[in-house]
Design a protein around this ligand. Structure first.
Ligand SMILES: C[S@@+](CC[C@H](N)C(=O)[O-])C[C@H]1O[C@@H](n2cnc3c(N)ncnc32)[C@H](O)[C@@H]1O
Length: 345
């Protein structure tokens, strides 16, 4: 998924910073702003207990599927009920006119105040049909919890691939683009199974500060929002497919009315204080913070805050800019990415 702030291409840089700073035995890592869970996924292979968290439910669903789950899935009960291959079955469902079709497809919204075209008519009906079937299977105990999150994570990924957007869900395109015209295909996600002794893999769906009041460990990795681009509005449709809660929606984009997941990291005069609260509360010896040179909190402020709590150091790297909108002009096509490191007293 093309996710704002994804660290997929910075994993080695983050690991190098950690290797330089961590000098004692460590057994656990918490990726507290998981997003696509790329970082947690990478460190899952490094002989550690992994905890991963995000305030967005769709990110949590993905974490349940690819981080928490560490065993092959058999879909035994479905098989006994005559469904040999859930993917083949779901991909061949007839579309249904559900919440996604009625609110986010052109045909489904043509009589409404706001016409939207986030998905083709066919794909929006298919998303509804698959989402409803996954829910029915869960309610009828035809799939267990692990299988439920796994299928749902696959649906979120597949839906995102056929979305008629430039990348995020702040807006849809006026004409349906080629990739959005293709029929959606649900594909199995890589399960990321590791076998290195007994480790704990746990996913959480909480506000970062709440989580730090009850989870402790060795390494805390923090990759918060850098600016006022809010994840809840940018990914509202993935959240709605994940929750499938028929929310109240509003405006041209059909964003969820209750966006109660506003991050303090997106608010200029709250971000630095919130960062300090997290660092203070963290019961972790090593803290690593990813941030860039265009973020709301300045480099000096971060250094000042982190230095209060122990030994501070920092690593930097030029990084190609994330472009959600290819027409937007930027002064530079790169940013400087930092990993701020703290060995807590
Ligand atoms: C920069 S992204 C993380 C990207 C991630 N490292 C990756 O590689 O995909 C920041 C994430 O923080 C989450 N977030 C924002 N505020 C939060 C909070 N207060 N508590 C927990 N998660 C939060 C957002 O939902 C978003 O997924």
């Amino acid at each position: 998924m093309n996710y704002i702030g994804s660290k997929l291409s910075l994993l080695q840089f983050i690991e190098e910073a950690m290797d330089n700073v961590v000098k004692t035995d460590v057994h656990s890592l918490l990726d507290i702003f998981g997003g696509t869970n790329a970082v947690a996924s990478y460190f899952k292979t490094k002989n550690l207990d992994i905890y991963v968290n995000d305030i967005q439910y769709f990110s949590y669903v993905n974490a349940k599927a690819i981080i928490e789950n560490n065993h092959p899935l058999t879909f035994e009960t479905l098989k006994k009920a005559g469904i040999a291959d859930p993917f083949e079955y779901l991909n061949n469902l007839k579309g249904r006119k559900g919440f996604i079709y009625k609110n986010y497809s052109f045909e489904g919204t043509k009589e409404k105040e706001h016409q939207r075209m986030y998905f083709s008519d066919e794909n929006s009906k298919l998303i509804d049909a698959i989402r409803l079937k996954i829910r029915l299977w869960q309610r009828n105990a035809l799939i267990d919890e692990k299988e439920y999150y796994y299928l749902l994570a696959c649906l979120i990924e597949a839906s995102d691939k056929v979305a008629n957007t430039a990348s995020v869900y702040e807006a849809f395109l006026k004409k349906i683009k080629t990739s959005a015209q293709k029929r959606m295909i649900l594909r199995p996600l890589d399960l990321n199974i590791v076998s290195q002794g007994e480790h704990m893999y746990l996913a959480f769906n909480e506000d970062a500060k709440e989580l730090l009041s009850h989870v402790k460990g060795d390494i805390l990795y923090m990759d918060p929002p850098y600016n006022n681009r809010k994840y809840d509005t940018n990914y509202h449709l993935l959240e709605t497919i994940a929750l499938y809660d028929s929310p109240k929606i509003k405006g041209k984009t059909g964003v969820r009315v209750e966006l109660n997941k506003r991050s303090k990291f997106c608010v200029k005069n709250e971000a630095a204080d919130y960062l300090e609260e997290l660092i203070k509360a963290a019961q972790f010896r090593y803290i690593f913070l990813s941030y860039n040179d265009e973020g709301i909190i300045s480099l000096d402020e971060i250094e000042k805050i982190m230095s209060k709590y122990g030994t501070y150091s920092r690593y930097e790297k030029k990084y190609k800019r994330f472009k959600a909108d290819s027409n937007r002009q930027y002064e530079r096509d790169y940013t400087v990415e930092y990993v701020h490191c703290l060995v807590k007293r």
